[in-house]
Ligand binder design. Structure first.
Ligand code: PLP
Length: 392
């Protein structure tokens, strides 16, 4: 058992959500100071931040560079697609949830050709399917997938997708928004040309910017390609390398808080330790909720350490809005589900929380069931039919 983490102050609830999430006091305290964006102290912080993120790619990271981009994660995805996919390129979008579909929507805005493999609410896109689609369509230049599809919490099989992509001579882009920093993405193990993530997920910073980690050759090739002034990754990269500054006003407080979060990430033991803490969080909440007769959408092999989807109980006395309010009264903000076929809710495992907190989440859920008069939290038959699809 590990040492307990500090609880949020001032009676704040824990955010069991996939970002914004519960941050440490240390990260919040770092924002209590103003910085000049052009000043050398701030430029040094930007440089350290970029270097620390690059180092997480492990051996071979020298061939990559890190480009922070203002805005939420979606801005970074749009920046990546608009900068790395040529105007006459074509993207195979692998979707099994809202974020995959959003990448497709982004490409439509950008006027880029795309093929959408829509697997529905959660079924994972597999390497063989990707190989087959690429073999049949030589015009496809890029493949994109969400690393952890946060809408269901599934961890997509990016290693086999990457292999299929490069075996067919195409390029792989990863939306690792909710996974980077907790799930390994080392370039020596998984080949890709660009990956995006943001400040307010597994690194445990506050929202305000995203970042692109891209192969330097791709950054060079992106010159003049972007549709957008503010989302031009090449221009931001070139300017940052030349001046040390962001092109337009950076979210200074967010940047400083993020650097503090990166230092804490390293002190905790880096990606491996962060991932291990989140995995323990998941294991405790999943075991505890199953004990209460709740069921998860996904079988264990597909569960990510990021967020878990639970089915709402079949018992009509279970009303999600009441459950949400009762959990909030007990100090836990949970997250509604996103499945289209059966009612569900999600519990996030990321943020400044540990297994002791997750055990309290289970206790709170047990009390809420009792308060609602729900004796059995088993899901409806339809949920089990749904669940059997992936198990098969
Ligand atoms: C959070 C997230 C995003 C970006 O969402 P924003 O609300 O724009 O920050 C994109 N993809 C995935 C997989 C995510 O989890």
């Amino acid at each position: 058992m590990t040492e307990k983490l500090e609880a949020p102050r001032l009676g704040e609830p824990y955010l069991l959500t996939p970002g914004p999430l519960t941050t440490s006091y240390r990260v919040k305290a770092a924002m209590l100071r103003d910085w000049g964006s052009w000043d050398s102290d701030f430029r040094a912080m930007t440089a350290e931040l970029r270097q620390r993120l690059l180092a997480m790619l492990g051996d071979g990271h020298e061939n990559f560079d890190c480009v922070p981009m203002q805005g939420s994660g979606t801005f970074a995805v749009e920046a990546m697609l608009g900068s790395f996919v040529p105007h006459d390129g074509k993207v195979l979008v692998l979707a099994n949830g809202a974020y995959g579909l959003r990448a497709a929507e982004t490409l439509r805005y950008l006027g880029r050709d795309l093929v959408l493999l829509d697997k529905g609410d959660y079924m994972p896109p597999r390497g063989e399917e990707v190989a087959q689609i690429l073999a049949g369509d030589p015009e496809i230049t890029h493949v994109i997938v969400a690393h952890c599809e946060t809408s269901s919490g599934i961890l997509n099989p990016i290693a086999e997708i990457s292999e299929a992509t490069y075996a067919a001579g195409r390029k792989f882009l990863i939306d690792s928004m909710s996974a980077f920093g907790a799930v390994p993405a080392e370039v020596a193990t998984i080949r890709f040309d660009a990956l995006v993530s943001s400040a307010n997920k597994c690194i445990e910073g506050v929202p305000g910017f995203g970042f692109v980690l891209a192969r330097i050759s791709e950054l060079e090739a992106a010159k003049g390609r972007s549709h957008s002034l503010s989302l031009d990754v090449h221009a931001q990269w070139a300017h940052m390398n030349k001046t040390g500054q962001w092109r337009f006003t950076p979210p200074t407080h967010v940047v400083v808080a993020f650097l503090e979060a990166l230092r804490a990430h390293e002190e905790e033991g880096g990606v491996a330790a962060r991932g291990a803490r989140y995995a323990r969080n998941r294991d405790v909440v999943v075991a505890g909720m199953r004990e209460l007769s709740f069921d998860t959408l996904l079988a264990d092999r597909w569960l990510s350490p990021i967020i878990v989807t639970f089915f709402c109980p079949a018992d009509p006395k279970f009303v999600f809005d009441d459950f949400y309010r009762m959990m909030k009264n007990r100090g836990f903000i949970i997250y509604p589900g996103k499945l289209t076929v059966v009612a569900s809710f999600r519990i996030g495992c990321i943020g400044q929380m540990d297994e002791y907190v997750m055990a309290q989440v289970v206790v709170a859920a047990k009390e809420c069931l009792a308060e609602m008069g729900v004796a059995d939290a088993s899901p409806p038959e339809a949920a089990l039919i749904e669940k059997a699809k992936l198990a098969a």
